[in-house]
Write a protein that binds this ligand. Structure first.
Ligand SMILES: [Zn+2]
Length: 907
């Protein structure tokens, strides 16, 4: 599943820790192994009998035959189901999942059963037999009445309005993690694999798409009955159905038929996705060395539904904004389409062919799909510099993971109903992806790929645990992967490596290395240590050397003292580095000549160390100033983000004007180099960098930029082709921020006349940047109005958050008042978002005790740990604000009285 990640808000980082208080813990391999061995959940290979879950394992499904007749208008469903069961032992009871279903005519092998009890609270049905049935095959059959949902959980109805203004309604499914049971009673846990034959009766003019090709379609008057082919053995959460007034374009990749489906009239916008799918499928067939096993692979653009994508086997569903490329789409949209497809298609192996044993191993699905998708995107689009851009997701993970309250990649899940809460965007997706990339670099890409291939072959059409993966990677690489890897997947957090250089008389350098857990605030009482793969580069070029840091005080030779140094070359590692003062000064002097990845790692780490209180602010600002007019997009995004955090902290402070003047002086030379307009042959990254620079200068009050944006908006009002789609958001955001009532009305008119949802999302989001308080109230009303069509309901939450940048109290009031409506399209992830991210969005205007009380009252009681994470972020940000304001004002005052340039060199 791809979930569109909750925006982190400006400057979500944590607090100072005392360097002196660092817990001195000596670590060795044995100690680490002992710590891991003592953890509650013993890692073990997959075994059906011992996998966790609520359902008894004595009676298991083998094959389902399911026929459903949905009534989309009445939101009801009539079904008939027959399940071939394997009684692994004699039993008088059959227990399976159901929710909101009423069963009738329940029989085993054609004979009525003694009793049927369904509990919606337990989400279980228990069938009791008059006498135990012997071990062996039996067939359970029943009819049932069910429900069609109005939010994307189970089989749901999605109303929409086409760009031409026609109203429509379609049906689609979203089952992960535990919602297949809402459409048909089933054994709804991932280890209960079975085959499925689905039949659906729908209006005769509708198309219907499922996992398998259509085996038979029969029209009877106004209805058509469509029977799909029987699936391979798979878990229930991957069953798919979409039905409605849909049309497709199609193609092939090798033996596989490819289709892209959309609401009729939109299907031609699937052409880019169709070409992507053909390329990605061919590449994955080769990478996994296990050909995609189904006859077809459909990609379905659902208008609305949920705001991401879902990897159902053979029938991947996408929010149409993440699949279709229209003339209104930007380069960012095009890149998102490719990378999300690459993620979802990786799931056809990691998740569908080989499924995690239980929800505590969901990272085996999500981290792998994220890592493989990023690697695929980077390989096929080198000019997108995808891994450099993914540094942003690594940083998002590290921000979340630098909290005392963070959790491990592998999380215990005792009850499948808690499974939704383990899909943590920061840890399950982003940290998992980064850790796998580090592991791949450590083992070597060939060994890593061979390990993945071994896993696929050994566990095809079955399930696997983390330990199975470590075994496969170990067999491929000849190394003990388990101990190293488990230190990353079973422990929360990550280390900072202290690097102290010693120079001999000849100038040769020896490093002394040690590690401690990196926390933005607080201390690590556990003295956590990791097996830490370093890539050490001395100098400004050349291949880095691998070194495994296993004990504190470890020594390693590293070139000459006069050369710059990185222990995280190319920013591949998931850790931070803290260099001694002399090495940092050398790195700062050589900053302009460093490889891009080394520079990015240095910026990331130095900023995080400043935020944690371990390093003074000027050490970071010296690096930012050393960027000059370099054109690396990710490095500048890092700088723009850090300066943006300071600017946000300074709002309302006397030092604000001085700071934005300083920030403009750092960035303006880059704009002077880039100008307003794209040039022929520029990479997407440079074009996006231009927009970042313009956006930052506009936010920081550069009058020439504001005037330039206004002129361009005036031309756009006369001619909608005057601004390319890529340029519209940044121009309209600047204009909206500084808008008066008349300008705001013009922006609003543009939004109302959006040609499609892509434009609509862009224009309405820009509107929320308005700085004028009374116009912001109007913007808030617009965000909740029926101007937003039903399929764009998920946008409303992002609009409220965009509004919160300038008007936090107003956004909070809106958030609280409309919580249910805002979260409905994001369910079942809503409570996780509220708990983990809510406090960090509203900390600067709403008292923390008020936020905490409200959050606790609005999420399930078992989410205490998630609430703690959100509150830790909010508390940190309040402390960070005062620390940053003090440090910035001090720096700028000193700078104003110092001889020119003196402060740029360092402290
Ligand atoms: Zn996924």
């Amino acid at each position: 599943m791809t979930i569109v990640i909750f925006p982190a808000g400006r400057g979500m980082h944590l607090v100072p820790r005392s360097r002196a208080a660092a817990v001195a813990v000596r670590c060795c391999l044995l100690l680490l192994a002992a710590v891991l061995a003592a953890q509650v959940r013993a890692a073990s290979p997959f075994s059906f009998s011992t996998v966790p879950g609520r359902l008894p394992k004595g009676v298991v499904p083998v094959d389902y035959t399911i026929a459903v007749t949905p009534d989309a208008i009445a939101r009801t469903l009539r079904g008939r189901e027959s399940v071939v069961l394997e009684f692994r032992e004699s039993s008088a009871q059959i227990v399976f999942n159901s929710l909101n279903e009423t069963l009738d005519d329940v029989r085993l092998d054609g004979q009525p059963v003694a009793r049927v009890v369904s509990s919606d609270e337990q989400q279980l049905t228990t069938v009791s037999l008059a006498a135990p049935a012997p071990a062996g095959r039996h067939t359970l059959s029943f009819g049932y009445q069910g429900k069609i949902e109005t939010i994307p959980q189970g089989l749901f109805a999605q109303p929409y309005v086409t760009p031409g203004g026609v109203r429509g309604l379609l049906l689609s499914t979203q089952f992960e993690s535990t919602d297949a049971r809402r459409m048909f009673p089933c054994w709804d846990e991932p280890a209960f694999r079975a085959t499925f034959e689905l039949t659906v009766t729908v209006p005769a003019e509708w198309a219907a798409v499922s996992n398998m090709p259509i085996a038979q379609r029969e029209a009877q008057g106004k209805l058509a009955t469509v029977r799909f082919g029987r699936t391979p053995s798979m878990p229930s959460y991957l069953v798919h159905l979409t039905a409605g007034d849909l049309a497709a374009i199609s193609g092939r990749s090798g033996q596989t038929r490819l289709g892209v489906w959309a609401v009729r009239g939109q299907e031609q916008y699937g052409a880019v996705a169709l070409a992507n799918a053909a390329q990605i499928l061919a590449d994955y067939n080769e990478y996994f060395d296990y050909p995609y096993p189904l006859a077809k692979l459909d990609s379905i653009a659902v208008p609305g539904g949920f705001s991401g994508a879902m990897e159902d086997w053979g029938a991947i569903s996408y929010n149409d904004q993440t699949l279709l490329v229209t003339p209104s789409s930007t380069m960012d949209d095009v890149q998102n389409v490719y990378s999300i497809q690459a993620h979802e298609m990786a799931h056809q192996w990691h998740g569908d062919l080989v499924t995690m044993a239980w929800w505590d191993d969901v990272w085996l699905n999500e981290s792998f799909a994220s890592w493989r998708g990023a690697a695929q995107t980077d390989a096929r689009h080198p000019d997108w510099h995808w891994w450099e851009g993914q540094d942003e997701t690594r940083e998002a993970a590290m921000r979340a993971d630098a909290r005392v309250s963070s959790h491990a990649i592998e999380q215990p899940v005792t009850n499948e109903l808690e499974a939704t809460n383990v899909f943590d965007p920061d840890i399950t997706y982003n940290k998992g992806q980064a850790v796998l990339r580090m592991l791949e670099a450590h083992l070597g890409a060939d060994h890593f790929r061979d390990g993945v291939r071994r896993l696929m072959k050994a566990h095809a059409y079955s399930n696997a645990s983390s330990e199975d993966l470590w075994g496969a990677l170990g067999a491929a690489s000849g190394r003990n992967v388990s101990v190293l890897a488990r230190s990353w997947t079973e422990q929360p957090g990550f280390p900072v490596v202290s690097v102290t250089a010693h120079c001999d008389a000849a100038g040769l350098r020896t490093l002394t290395l040690s590690q401690r857990r990196f926390l933005l605030r607080g201390q690590d009482p556990a003295g956590t240590h990791w097996m830490l793969p370093l890539l050490i580069r001395a100098g400004s070029s050349g291949e880095p050397r691998a070194e495994l840091l296993v004990h504190d005080g470890q020594s390693v030779a590293a070139g000459r003292c006069a050369e710059p140094l990185s222990v995280n070359a190319d920013a591949v590692g998931y850790f931070r580095a803290e260099y001694d003062a002399a090495t940092l000064a050398t790195n700062t002097r050589a900053f302009g000549s460093l490889p891009a990845g080394d520079r990015i790692a240095l910026l990331d780490d130095q900023w995080a160390l400043v935020e944690s209180g371990a390093q003074p602010l000027p050490t970071y600002l010296a690096l930012a100033a050393a960027m000059g007019t370099d054109l690396n997009e990710r490095a500048w995004n890092q700088v723009a983000g850090a300066l943006g955090t300071i600017e946000y902290a300074e709002r309302g402070s006397p030092g604000h004007e001085a700071f934005v003047g300083y920030a403009r002086s750092l960035v303006r030379p880059l704009f002077d180099r880039l100008g307003w307009d794209a040039r022929a042959g520029e990479s997407p990254g440079i074009q996006r960098l231009r927009r970042t620079v313009i956006g930052s200068l506009g936010l920081w009050g550069d009058q020439e930029i504001i005037d330039g944006a206004r002129q361009r908006f005036a031309l756009f009002l006369k001619d909608r082709h005057a601004l390319r789609p890529d340029e519209q958001a940044v121009v309209m955001t600047i204009v909206a921020r500084h808008a008066d009532a008349a300008t705001f009305a013009r922006l609003h008119a543009v939004a109302k006349s959006a040609a499609n949802e892509t434009e609509l999302r862009r224009f309405y989001t820009a509107l929320m940047s308005v700085r004028d308080p009374s116009l912001a109230v109007t913007a808030a009303t617009i965000a909740m109005s029926s101007e937003i069509p039903p399929q764009a309901d998920s946008l409303r939450l992002w609009l409220v958050l965009a509004l919160s940048d300038e008007h936090q109290q107003l956004a909070w009031d809106l958030f609280v008042k409309h919580l249910d409506a805002l979260l409905a399209p994001h369910q079942p992830s809503g409570p996780l978002y509220v708990a983990q991210y809510g406090p960090g969005m509203f900390w600067s205007s709403v008292p923390l005790d008020k936020i905490e009380a409200w959050v606790r009252a609005n999420v399930p009681a078992e989410m205490t740990a998630d609430v703690a994470r959100g509150m830790e972020t909010a508390r940190f940000r309040i402390e960070e604000k005062s620390a940053l304001v003090a440090a910035t004002d001090r720096y700028l005052t000193a700078r104003a009285s110092a001889p020119s340039g003196q402060l740029l060199a360092g402290r």
